[in-house]
Ligand binder design. Structure first.
Ligand SMILES: [Zn+2]
Length: 67
């Protein structure tokens, strides 16, 4: 519970399925402590947005200055 490998897997899974309450709790406890996983979440969100957008490259550029 709470290690980065597990958390990033859950973040990825969340795009494809509903997470359990316990899984969300693990993510919510971990993200504030871990910039790596926050960045990962940001990236997969952008990938998801890009999949629905023609202008994916612009979206990525916007993310670069977000943090
Ligand atoms: Zn982490």
């Amino acid at each position: 519970m709470g290690n980065c490998k597990n958390i990033t897997r859950l973040l990825s899974d969340a795009l494809d399925r509903s997470l359990t309450t316990g899984e969300w709790v693990a993510i919510r406890l971990h993200l504030p402590t871990c910039s790596g996983c926050r960045n990962y979440r940001k990236q997969i969100r952008l990938l998801r947005v890009a999949a629905h957008s023609v202008s994916g490259i612009e979206t990525m550029d916007g993310a670069a200055r977000d943090e």
